[in-house]
Design a protein around this ligand. Structure first.
Ligand code: CUA
Length: 203
């Protein structure tokens, strides 16, 4: 018997493999089809799933965004809640929300079933926009204006919770969005403030 050198760089001589078993071929076929399904789901879900928003993204100077927010507040302010302005912009308008350590400004009062473009940005560090109790989450990054087309579908008094650790006051960074139903004459406008969730949980 001639001594043979085995190296990974050269193919062994002769036909040394066995043809794939039927089960293996079936498995490869199933796996391939499933890959194609998942691949197709990405664009389909973007268009049909309604959970990957087609937002507007552009760079913005954080200070300029904050000034724009202040202008927006001055234009549509209707009240105050413990020093934070409550702003009621007209339906269809551009709405500005600035995240800064450790607050969301202003408090927004929107109308149910009306569309708005919600511009989100941060003045300082990364924050996380989490609308509670709905499961809506967005990254809020300084230097970027993230414009989301939103249409509130439910009236109520909602909380924005910061879900990105942003510093010592992260857990107290709670904002507010009020959605009023204009069809309901008894809908309270900027209703009495229920207690902000206790700053206990470390989210
Ligand atoms: Cu802002 Cu955590």
């Amino acid at each position: 018997m001639t001594p043979e050198t085995h190296t990974g760089l050269e193919s062994p001589r002769g036909v040394w493999w066995k043809p794939a078993h039927k089960a293996e071929k079936v498995w490869v076929a199933i796996a391939f089809v499933w890959c194609m399904v998942l691949f197709a789901m990405m664009p389909l879900w973007h268009l049909k799933g309604g959970q990957n928003p087609s937002g507007i993204r552009r760079k913005v100077d954080p200070q300029a965004f904050y000034r724009r927010t202040q202008e927006f507040i001055a234009q549509y302010k209707i009240g105050d809640d413990r020093g934070l302005p409550i702003v009621a912009p007209p339906a269809g308008s551009d709405v500005y929300l600035t995240a800064l350590a450790f607050q969301w400004t202003p408090i927004l009062q929107l109308e149910k079933d009306k569309e708005y473009v919600l511009h989100l940005s941060s003045l300082d560090v990364n924050h996380g926009f989490s609308l509670y109790p709905m499961n809506v989450n967005f990254q809020v990054v300084p230097g970027y204006d993230y414009g989301l087309r939103v249409k509130p579908t439910e009236a109520g008094d909602f909380r924005i919770i910061c879900n990105e650790f942003c510093g010592i006051g992260h857990h107290i960074m709670v904002g507010r969005v009020i959605v009023v139903d204009p069809a309901n004459a008894h809908a309270p406008v900027a209703p009495a403030v229920p207690a902000v969730p206790a700053a206990g949980g470390d989210r």
